[in-house]
Design a protein around this ligand. Sequence first.
Ligand code: ARG
Length: 581
Amino acid sequence: MTDIQAFLQQAFSAAIERALGTGFAGTDPVVRCANDSTHGDWQANFAMSLAKRAGRPPRAIAEAVVAAVELGGIASSVEVAGPGFVNIRLTDAFLETMMAELVADQRCGVSIAAHRDIVAIDYSAPNVAKEMHVGHIRSTIIGDALSRVLEFLGHQVLRRNHLGDWGTQFGMLIEHVVELGKTSGQHHDIGDLNALYRESKARFDLDPDFAERARHRVVALQAGEPDTVGFWKQLIVESKKHFGKIYAQLGVRLADEDYFGESFYNSMLAPVMDELVAAGVAVESEGAVCVFPPGFKGRDGEPVPLIVRKGDGGYGYDATDLAALRHRIHDLKATRLIYVVGAPQKQHFDMIFAAGKMAGWLKDGISAEHVPFGSILGEDGKPFKTRAGDNVKLTDLIDEALRRARTIVTEKSPSLAETEKDGIASAIGIGAIKYVDLCNDRIKDYVFSWDRMLAFEGNTAPYLQNAYVRIQGIFRKAAEAGVSIGAAAIRLGTAEERALAMQMLKLGDVLDQVSRSLEPHRLCTWLYDLASIFHGFYEKCPVMNAENAAIKASRLALCREVGRCLQLGLSLLGIATIDQM
Ligand code: ARG
């Protein structure tokens, strides 16, 4: 649909210039898909904003532009409504031609982006020796969906899993394990490490001598002392095993080669500091080396720094992100940097980007975006926790989703083979977890409710998967009747068929919006609307019992395209389709 939009955009821009004079050349005619198609398929909303400049009422402007516009016969009506909205209705013949193009296109009519970026996208980023919990789920799922969409649009996507594998907490943990005599010859799985980590944190907070030894341990680690480094590596291997298992279960595309943990930037920290100091961007302050990006003040009104090097000579989270920013721009040549990290880190990233500008790394043509998201709440409206008040572990959440989905499948289709039930349960359970995280405006908090996310009605993954299943059911009936779904042309004889075509033809436009706004819920809404329109079609327009063979063939082809669009859309969210359930 990007193409229809581009065409209308150009046609109206030219008409504005013709109607209002050359002073208005290059005006954006603000062409958008209509949300509600009762008055038209597209809208052009330029008139209100031009009224002042043109010195004429918006309605008169809209009428003059409509009189001047040349649409080459693709529109059946172009009308001015209300104070000056322009509604455009496309002819059925034109929509049928566009559908023929969609049928012939593997990409369901979605074109490759005109400007292709090298995108470095930072997401998931769990911490070593800590089990992944619900706090990481949103970054992981949103980041994965955005990566898939950007990649599909032809951008080069570099996935960066910024593993928390460096810093004071490792001094704490390693020192604790060493003092317990548990470093060598013992296997610690992630559960043990989680527990050891908590113990070490408790000691660190209570016992100043231990805290001192832990600090020495960090120095030993950063200086490459072999035993310390050896054990640290063991921690990483064990943690990655745990994360890898979760990514595989979730179907999240993060592989071993996508880990660029904090330690990866270690050798860059000192040179980055030197560069910042030489450029006058970083300055000494109370023994530390800091950057004070203008405009960032703490509660006390004092400027807040990014700490490049701490007073004790160590480097921390800020320094690592500065080095990562520079690396992604200078070495990876990224033109778009995306950080899918919770809202509480907004100020951190605003400051990192401001420092990047001061250093001259972030210049015109390169964008850096923090993609924040809200929290997951329990049904009581408070942060989602276990009954005991702990963070909900991701493995427990996944297990429960699979278990619940398995029950649903067994109820619905008791006669399926067990392995089939497993496959379907995994698609439904994992799909539900992901979809519920993607379908709302990401900045908002959402309430985690198993019953709601696994419902077959409403804006849920099972509802969408069910629409796909229904289509496969039609094809099974067709096969039984010996009817093949051929190359029949799609004819849009009813309002429902027309609405399905219009919706499918919007996919390119919707993905373009997702790639700009980094808001996956726009794709979810499109999928939900498509499935809802399809259900309406299914009720009103018989397929196998259509009035005649030509209509039957056209509707079968239409169903096939709806199936393809649903599958593509869901796959871009990382959600599987199934043939039966
Ligand atoms: N590991 C961090 C955390 O759990 C998130 C890291 C985000 N990425 C970054 N480049 N700082 O909070």
